[in-house]
Design a binder for this molecule. Structure first.
Ligand code: FAD
Ligand code: FES
Length: 290
């Protein structure tokens, strides 16, 4: 796809997830197959308003064509294929508000996919610990469903998710479905429970100490608000997970998405190209990053 010129894409499905977030299924207009890795992002434009970087939230189609919906345990949607993919957008400003006003059938501009995602193939055979705070579940959902579609390729899988309130839990149906599965562990916590909440409460870092972690064979994949990283990394340090086995996605201010404008730059690194996913070991060299 062209670097600067958006291609056309159609919004084929829209669903409200919470007061601030909407889920969109998008299909490239020319039906071009759209391949991507979990953790990559696209630049979505609303004509006349502007463009915003948004993570891809669906998982890429499995290579095995026999893997149908019936064959995928606990999945509410099929992996994306035929040029379709999913995003989840929080309404915060001009572009995201304009996106929220669009309905099924609307045409948007699309550039990408851009950036480097999670190196999941190198994690085969290992234990995976996913830690998502708030909107961080958006890119991690892509990685989680990728792994669940290939469940036998990975060992123990643990998913930790934290939201501010029960009403702000994103992809609640999927998360509660993951909690029901016997072959993975999924814990959800909210900072501020309400009277109807029967689950755990407190910050997400509290979920880490009780975990039994085999540090040498565990990869941690973390996405959340910047404030979360410091405390999560402290807890993972106590568990002795090697820094090279901790992967974090950085959502820096971005414009071009392709290493030309410098908006996302940290020292000599363009986050849009070399990230947004980095190992913690790499990030430690980019001192101001986290
Ligand atoms: C790699 C990447 C992936 C992203 N994935 C998603 C996603 O999946 N879903 C989603 O809803 N958002 C995502 N974002 C954030 C999204 O790009 C911004 O919210 C969006 O660009 C805001 O555009 P706007 O015109 O609506 O708001 P603006 O009018 O530009 O800004 C509104 C407010 O948001 C603040 N803001 C804008 N961009 C950012 C940012 N990147 N970080 C912190 N504050 C910001 C501004 O300072 C302002 O206060 C991602 C950002 C990056 C860099
Ligand atoms: S967003 Fe322009 S260089 Fe990264």
């Amino acid at each position: 796809m062209p670097l600067y010129i958006p291609t056309l894409a159609e919004i084929v499905q829209v669903r409200r997830l919470t007061a601030l977030e909407k889920w969109f299924k998008i299909r490239t207009k020319d039906g071009v197959s759209f391949s991507y890795e979990p953790g990559q992002f696209v630049e979505v434009s609303v004509f006349g308003i502007g463009e915003a970087p948004i993570s891809i939230s669906s998982s890429p189609p499995p290579l095995n064509p026999l893997l149908t919906k019936e064959g995928i345990k606990g999945r509410s949607t099929l992996p994306s294929g035929n040029g379709t993919f999913e995003i989840c957008v929080r309404k915060v400003g001009d572009v995201t508000t304009a996106l929220h006003s669009l309905e099924e059938g609307a045409i948007v501009g699309l550039r990408g996919p851009f950036g480097k995602g999670f190196p999941l193939s190198q994690m085969k055979g290992c234990d995976l610990l996913f830690i998502a705070g708030g909107l961080g579940i958006v890119p991690l959902r892509s990685a989680i469903n990728y792994v669940l579609d290939r469940r036998d390729d990975f060992s123990n899988i643990t998913i930790l998710y934290g939201a501010k309130t029960p009403a702000e839990i994103l992809f609640a149906d999927e998360l509660f479905g993951w909690q029901q599965r016997k072959d993975i562990e999924c814990e959800i916590t909210v900072d501020k429970p309400d009277s109807g909440w029967a689950g755990k409460s407190g910050v997400i870092t509290r979920l880490i100490p009780p975990l039994e972690i085999d540090a040498k064979r565990t990869y941690a994949l973390i996405v959340g608000p910047p404030v979360m990283y410091k405390y999560v990394l402290m807890e993972l340090g106590i568990k002795k997970i090697p820094e090279a086995q901790i992967y974090i996605s950085l959502e820096r201010r971005m414009k071009c998405g392709v290493g030309k404008c410098g908006h996302c730059q940290i020292n000599s690194v363009y986050v849009c190209q070399e990230g947004p996913v980095f190992s913690y070991r790499t990030l430690k060299f980019l001192s101001e990053a986290i």
